[in-house]
Ligand binder design. Sequence first.
Ligand SMILES: NC(=O)c1ccc[n+]([C@@H]2O[C@H](COP(=O)([O-])OP(=O)(O)OC[C@H]3O[C@@H](n4cnc5c(N)ncnc54)[C@H](OP(=O)(O)O)[C@@H]3O)[C@@H](O)[C@H]2O)c1
Length: 231
Amino acid sequence: MMSKEKVIVVLGASRGIGASIVKIFAQNNDFQIIALSRNLSRMQEQFEAFDNVYSYAFDLSSVNVREKAEEIFTKFKKIDILINNAGALVNKPFAELSHDDISLSFQVNIIGVMGVTQAAVRFMSQAHIVNISSIGGFQGSVKFPGLSAYSTSKAALCGFTELFAEEYKDTAITMNCLCLGAVQTEMLEEAFPGYVAPLSADEMASYITEFALNGNKWMNGKIIPVSLTTP
Ligand SMILES: NC(=O)c1ccc[n+]([C@@H]2O[C@H](COP(=O)([O-])OP(=O)(O)OC[C@H]3O[C@@H](n4cnc5c(N)ncnc54)[C@H](OP(=O)(O)O)[C@@H]3O)[C@@H](O)[C@H]2O)c1
């Protein structure tokens, strides 16, 4: 493998922002992209034009997330960038949330992400891990009713970012967290039908890919609001 080659893992690659991220990285033939999500056929269809995209069915809510991720990563020997972009959103009034609603939110948005990250660090020497959180999980930002399970699990992802970066600060493995504002995707449309976001998935993905490639030259362990909303 040539040293200029990068191996990039995108979690939550079947649709929305993650699918756009994969397509942008795939334009560069020096990159190999590992695309992960539950919907394998949707990834295979979307990425069939690219022979540098490798799609695998992967469920963050399954048991043994770490072991399953390791099985996939072993095939690639190293990882340079991991984008923890997958997310599950439940929009329900707080009092109506079931235990399963809360549990699934935390399993997909933070517990599974920590498992995948544990698997990935074994294959990293110089790397940037980018966590995709939400502006609703950023302290002091605008909040939305109905998102207490989702946004608290995304806030946990912010906390994980600071703690991981502290533990790995003497290595070349870095981690940052982007707290996104509204982006026009199927997740947004399903949760808030009719809401019109100021950014498309492709527009947000172009920022995230650039940040994943270069942002860790300037930042480590940082939680960054990427939103047009105030506050
Ligand atoms: N759109 C917004 O306005 C907005 C705002 C703030 C933050 N975000 C965050 O941005 C990220 C991307 O969001 P999006 O709007 O592009 O959402 P999306 O269209 O719903 O895409 C989410 C992705 O996550 C994957 N995913 C969901 N559950 C999974 C599971 N159990 N295991 C593995 N993969 C799973 C989905 O794939 P499968 O269904 O195939 O598994 C899909 O590829 C998410 O983390 C979201 O929370 C989005």
